[in-house]
Design a protein around this ligand. Structure first.
Ligand SMILES: [Zn+2]
Length: 477
């Protein structure tokens, strides 16, 4: 039954603007109800909406990143319904002509890259929030209008998803992409990304299964669990000989079941009307090309680049692709090192843990010093354990790793016997140079010191090498 399921998603994303869609009220998170509103967003009669151009810019940026076709002219429409947290009695949305059509969500996993097709995306204002049971007797409902007029982008996928896991992966990849491009701050707990899932389970008996919509899921885990719960419910109803009706349902995470909210017969007629107080939204070719010019590579493109260039495993490439500050750091460090995998391991495990959420561009341990530390480990002058012991100090202090390691006596030295062997080896392989030295070309000495240092993997001390070389060379004469 689950294999036949057909799922489409409607995803509401809060755009990362400082002010609301049609007024100057702030959109910042606050715990004080009704502290961020004005006559416009509170829906007082006689007020006029004033469009926030930053929301348009972010909407276009999202449309281009998702490869959708932006409409040169799109509409603003009123969606009428009565609800206590919607004082105007209607919501301004884009019903007749949305901002953009088509497009796709790139979904990147360890198995490769797939694309989930989109039907459209449009801008709209959010409604307020009702808080039930705000009094001890549980009789009152509080209304908070802070969210009224907050700009949303609604992104609608085609009904082409076939499992709860795929639906959740599509939503997560969309979240990653929009956050990385600064289109949303994507705070799930604060309701900055909310998902509705349309689920139908066609069977041999009813190939065109009715669509059941599960409303307002605000975590990827709930999205996946709600779809699975709804598939189970539909299977049970059908096995018992019942019929599935088109309806809107909610999800109760405590019971892990969906519950009826309203059926198709009671679906509201929104009486869409063109918004008379706003001109149509015109997107000029200049606006499009400006948006295109500022579009960085998308997270999956960044990740695939790291996979290919540095041969990193998927999980590491993915971590890098979703953190632009880490990516900049590694882009500066990796070309300088002889041990890229060692550097990435150290960065993603040890350094990230010690940084404890601080952005990479604010760490006193810059890319050059991390490279220097990795080289010390790579050539065997510093053990991995010693490097880890130095890291807490390096992260805070910005000191030169080699100096710090020397200060603490952590650099590994060569014992005299091994050094003597290396010197002998160099003298044997560089016989021509040695001969020139004996003919009085004393500048060859420096070259021989260099060869021994190289062979020692940097573990030898230059002065000790000079002494050992001197001894060997004079022994021969
Ligand atoms: Zn306002």
């Amino acid at each position: 039954m689950t294999a036949a399921v057909v799922i489409g998603l409607e995803i509401h994303v809060q755009l990362a603007t400082r002010s609301k869609l049609f007024c100057k009220c702030p959109t910042a998170l606050t715990t004080t109800p009704n502290s961020q509103l004005c006559p416009i967003c509170a829906g007082h009669p006689g007020t006029l909406p004033r469009l926030n151009t930053e929301a348009i810019r972010l909407g276009i940026r999202a449309a281009l990143a998702l490869e959708a076709r932006v409409a040169p002219v799109s509409s603003w429409d009123r969606k009428h319904y009565f609800y206590p947290d919607l004082p105007k009695g209607y919501q301004i949305t884009q019903h007749h002509t949305p901002l953009a059509c088509g497009g796709q969500i790139p979904v990147w996993s360890a198995h490769g890259l797939v694309h989930v097709p989109l039907t459209e995306m449009h801008l709209e204002e959010d409604a307020g929030k009702s808080a039930h049971g705000v009094d001890p007797e549980d009789r009152l409902t509080g209304i908070d209008l802070n969210r009224c007029g907050v700009p949303l982008l609604e992104i609608v996928t085609a009904p082409t998803l076939h499992s709860a896991k795929d639906a959740s992966a599509a939503a997560q990849n969309l979240h990653t992409l929009l956050c990385a491009l600064g289109i949303t701050t994507g705070h799930m707990q604060a309701g900055q990304m909310r998902m509705d899932a349309n689920v139908s389970c066609p069977t041999g008996v009813t190939p065109a299964a009715p669509r059941v919509e599960i409303k307002n899921l605000n975590s990827f885990r709930f999205l996946e669990a709600a779809i699975d719960a709804e598939c189970r419910r539909q299977a049970q109803v059908q096995q018992a000989g019942g019929a599935i009706h088109a309806e809107t349902r909610g999800y109760d995470p405590r019971q892990n079941v969906t519950f009826a909210m309203r059926d198709k017969e009671s679906l509201p007629d929104y009486r869409y009307l063109p918004e008379p107080d706003l001109p149509a939204l015109v997107v000029t070719p200049e606006m499009l090309s400006r948006a295109r010019d500022t579009l960085p590579p998308l997270p999956h493109q960044v990740g695939q680049h790291y996979q290919r260039t540095w041969n990193l495993p998927f999980a590491q490439a993915r971590s890098i692709s979703v953190a632009p500050d880490l990516e900049h750091y590694l882009a500066a460090a990796l070309p300088q090192t002889n041990a890229p995998q060692l550097l990435v391991n150290l960065a993603l495990n040890e350094v990230a843990r010690l940084a404890n959420g601080r952005p990479w561009n604010r760490l006193p341990l810059g890319p050059a010093h991390l490279v220097a530390l990795v080289e010390l480990i790579h050539v065997g002058r510093l053990s991995h354990t010693s490097a880890k012991a130095l890291l807490p100090c390096l992260i805070e202090g910005g000191e030169e790793p080699e100096l710090l390691a020397a200060e603490r006596g952590l650099l590994q030295q060569l014992d005299a016997q091994t050094l003597d062997k290396l010197v002998a080896q160099v003298l044997a392989t560089e016989a021509a140079a040695v001969a020139r030295y004996h003919l009085g070309k004393l500048e060859v000495f420096g070259f021989l010191v260099g060869q021994v240092m190289k062979l020692s993997g940097g573990r030898a001390e230059p002065r000790t090498v000079q002494a050992a070389l001197c001894q060997r060379l004079t022994r021969r004469t």
